[in-house]
Design a protein around this ligand. Structure first.
Ligand code: PLP
Length: 395
């Protein structure tokens, strides 16, 4: 029999698991050409050519034993140094390999950092809507995730609600910028306000509150919007980064944590992260992918592709009568469900061949997430179905 804890996680993740099987089922019933799958955030842009070329070069030219060996828990020192230097160029920092821990994507990085920071019963705060996997990541480390109610319609963090939610047990706050599922980008002003609240509360409770910034979508921004570099605003920030979206490598499981020397108990946290990688069973981030991203970390994905998808879909949805804010980053649109029950709305959309994710999976009922990281034909093919869906609700 599986554990009670696991049963809770299985039930909670049913919506996401269902997306994989549901797409398949709908294709069988409606035919491939009539199904428009906006369920999962799997990039439809290929990885830059240089990524595959670099992998081939490494495999052809480096000693095979060296490529495939276990690495340090924190990653290969030269790789960590290369990432640190890239960040120094981009953000005018002075990082060294000591500040970087290579991880199995952002998911691996978040599990690692929660393992390092949390004692049983410690609280981690986040702002709804939020990436639903955070519940499990925090629970894996014995913590409790507390979601602050959504700030509708801006979906920005609400500093006052944050202030009210912090207790002496608050060990960390996790934010995701640019945001999945809303596509909202938090600007420097709002980050400053959040930082101010954290500093006030650290003083009040005599605690350290870490700000964990989950940034797999950092480079996916539109209209010249800037994503603030949060360690510049709040010393106690740890950044979880991933190449899953920025280089379209979600299956390769590669990313890193940036742990600035300014965070509380820096030495322990940085060293602990390498140990956590090992004891959580990742052992180390995939060695070949570490070597690849050390050389390709400054490569860019085709943001214009996502931007065009965004424009086509957003403009059409507005015309059909859907309510949604224009996303500034990531590759998601968060639309208001056309009836109170978002799951019923999602089910209605399925009748028209459209697969979306219910907002309740992100702690925000009454909305639906559309992952528009799909082929252009999927967007264009889906538009008549979206129009029919709106008409079914009298729009
Ligand atoms: N955080 C957010 C907000 C995400 O959207 C995702 C993946 O979709 C992850 C973390 C995990 O990404 P990774 O593939 O880097 O583990």
């Amino acid at each position: 029999m599986i554990s009670k804890n696991m049963k809770v996680l299985v039930d909670k993740s049913a919506a996401i698991s269902a997306l994989f099987s549901e797409g398949k089922r709908m294709r069988q019933v409606l035919g491939d050409e009539n199904v428009f799958d906006f369920g999962i955030g799997n990039p439809n842009v290929k990885a830059p050519l240089s990524v595959n070329k670099t992998a081939i070069e490494i495999l052809e030219n480096m000693d095979s034993l060296a490529i495939h060996s276990y690495t340090d828990g924190g990653g290969i020192p030269a790789v960590r140094q290369a990432i640190a230097e890239s960040l120094n160029r981009r953000f005018n920092e002075e990082y060294t390999e000591e500040n970087i821990v290579m991880t199995a994507g952002a998911a691996g990085g978040l599990n690692v950092i929660f393992k390092v920071l949390l004692d049983q019963g410690d609280e981690v705060l986040t702002f709804a809507p939020y990436f639903g996997e955070y519940d499990a990541y925090v629970a894996n480390a014995g913590g409790i995730l507390i979601a602050i109610k959504p700030n509708i319609p801006s979906f920005l963090p609400d500093p006052e609600k944050l202030s009210d939610a912090i207790t002496s047990k608050t060990k960390a706050v996790i934010i995701n910028n640019p945001n999945n599922p809303t596509g909202v980008v938090y600007d420097k002003e709002i980050i400053r306000k959040v930082a101010h609240v954290l500093k006030v509360k650290e003083k009040e409770f005599g605690t350290s509150i870490y700000l964990i910034s989950d940034e797999p979508y950092r480079e996916l921004v539109f209209d010249g919007v800037m994503v603030p570099y949060i360690p510049k605003v709040y010393d106690n920030t740890i950044v979880a980064y991933s190449f899953s979206k920025s280089l379209s490598l979600p299956g390769d499981r590669i990313g890193y944590l940036t742990i600035p020397s300014t965070v509380s108990d820096f030495q322990d946290v940085a060293y602990g992260a390498g140990v956590a990688n090992r004891v959580l069973g990742f052992v180390n981030a995939p060695a070949l992918q570490q070597l690849v991203v050390a050389k390709c970390c400054d490569e860019k994905t085709d943001v214009a592709f996502y931007d065009k998808n965004r424009e086509v879909l957003y403009n059409a949805l507005k015309e059909y009568g859907f309510q949604c804010a224009k996303p500034q980053g990531a590759f998601y649109l968060f639309v208001k469900a056309m009836e109170e029950d978002d799951v019923a709305f999602i089910n209605k959309a399925k009748e028209f061949g459209i697969l979306m994710t219910p907002g309740s999976g992100f702690g925000c009922k009454g909305y639906a997430r559309i992952a528009y990281c799909v082929a252009r034909e999927t967007i264009e093919g889906a538009l008549p179905s979206f129009e029919k869906l709106a008409k079914a609700y009298g729009k």
